[in-house]
Design a protein around this ligand. Structure first.
Ligand SMILES: *[C@@H]1O[C@H](CO)[C@@H](O)[C@H](O)[C@H]1NC(C)=O
Ligand SMILES: *[C@@H]1O[C@H](CO)[C@@H](O)[C@H](O)[C@H]1NC(C)=O
Ligand SMILES: *[C@@H]1O[C@H](CO)[C@@H](O)[C@H](O)[C@H]1NC(C)=O
Ligand SMILES: *[C@@H]1O[C@H](CO)[C@@H](O)[C@H](O)[C@H]1NC(C)=O
Length: 329
């Protein structure tokens, strides 16, 4: 399996881009030296290809695209593209939009154009950021508030901190409007699904839903309030979600970005094969889910999963066992 894993590393990285490049893009590790090995490899790949591919798209999914907001400076991230990466990029077509979206999202979240100056919030265009629940314009995030959020998104009292949405302005406006302003989980589920369909990210979201355990969740319904969700988060994650920082979430996004734009899996993922991949996916999905606890949209995420993925035969057949199989990885 060590050998297959070596191949897998490069293969998986390419797979995240949704293209089935084989051979040279993967480097020497993947050049089989005998026909037998070729046959074994083809067989193994046939079995695992779909799941690997979709699982790695989970990385792309981490960005939780809500609407198509595009940052201006995306080109900067790509300066150091090698010839090999250029070749891969040229093959992107179908997934190009999704990858670009991820890149722009991450750049935007890392360096918001709006940097805490309340006057920069356009309340006419994005009124949801100006409601009393957030006050992004009237009471702009202070430097101290932001620094605290870096290491702890939740409030000091250990509750969901809605002010964290100011930090993402103007992204997620539609989903935030539905979930936070209107407390409408079903509306969030509907709008988010439409947006993700456009971005071709539903396969990746399906992974998130099963891997994160949202499809197993029987405590959240579409009527669950944010306050009730906090208690449910306590039961599932203990106190961990209260001590999760913006930096932790950014790190998930950065890893997604790395996979989406380069053709390799980051070393620190300790990739050694299939089970390590599931473990990784659970880890990343857990951080995303806990971030939702801290930002107040956990209950909406679960409803989004349950209405769109958990009971869908196609998604269940492909990814259902991520919820219960591989218990020890
Ligand atoms: C926003 O401002 C209103 C009125 O000034 C206040 O009652 C409310 O608590 C504020 N909300 C937040 C989240 O700071
Ligand atoms: C990878 O291995 C290193 C060293 O053993 C460890 O510190 C790190 O937490 C591991 N990373 C993951 C994602 O498991
Ligand atoms: C999810 O549900 C399955 C089947 O109902 C169950 O066997 C499994 O233990 C659950 N997984 C978790 C993580 O709760
Ligand atoms: C999970 O489902 C996939 C696809 O049906 C299958 O290939 C895989 O072997 C299953 N894993 C387990 C542990 O049941």
């Amino acid at each position: 399996m060590a050998r297959a894993s070596m191949c897998g590393r490069a293969f998986l990285a390419v797979a995240v881009l949704g293209i089935s490049v084989r051979g040279d893009a993967s480097g020497q590790d993947c050049l089989a030296d005998s026909q037998a090995e070729v046959d074994i490899e083809i067989q193994e790949e046939a079995e695992l290809q779909v799941m690997r591919q979709e699982l790695l798209q989970y990385g792309v999914r981490s960005v939780k695209a809500g609407e198509s907001y595009h940052a201006a400076g995306r080109a900067d991230a790509q300066e150091e593209e090698s010839d090999e990466e250029m070749l891969i990029a040229q093959n992107l077509h179908g997934e190009d939009h999704a990858v670009q979206h991820v890149v722009s999202r991450v750049l935007q979240l890392q360096q918001p154009t709006w940097d805490g100056e309340g006057s920069a919030v356009d309340c006419a265009k994005y009124p949801m950021f100006c409601t009393k629940k957030l006050n992004c314009s009237k009471e702009p995030l202070t430097k101290a508030e932001k620094e605290k959020m870096d290491t702890q998104i939740a409030t000091s009292g250990g509750q969901a901190n809605l002010r964290s949405w100011c930090r993402a302005y103007p992204m997620y406006s539609t989903s935030m409007q539905k979930c936070i302003v209107e407390s409408d989980s079903r509306g969030y589920a509907r709008e988010m699904f439409k947006a993700q369909q456009k971005l071709k990210l539903t396969g990746a979201d399906a992974i998130y839903c099963f891997v994160s355990g949202h499809c197993n969740n029987t405590q959240v319904t579409d009527k669950t309030s944010m306050h009730e969700a906090e208690g449910i988060c306590d039961k599932i994650y203990g106190q961990t979600w209260k001590h999760l920082g913006w930096n932790d979430y950014m790190a998930v996004l950065a890893r997604a970005l790395e996979v989406a734009t380069k053709h390799h899996i980051p070393k620190e993922w300790n990739f050694t094969g299939w089970s390590s991949l599931v473990r990784l996916a659970r880890h990343e999905a857990g951080i995303s889910a806990m971030t939702a606890c801290a930002m107040g949209n956990f209950q909406c995420d679960v409803t989004y999963c349950q209405l769109n993925y958990c009971h869908n035969d196609r998604f269940r057949a492909k990814f259902g066992n991520f919820s219960w199989a591989y218990p020890d990885v």
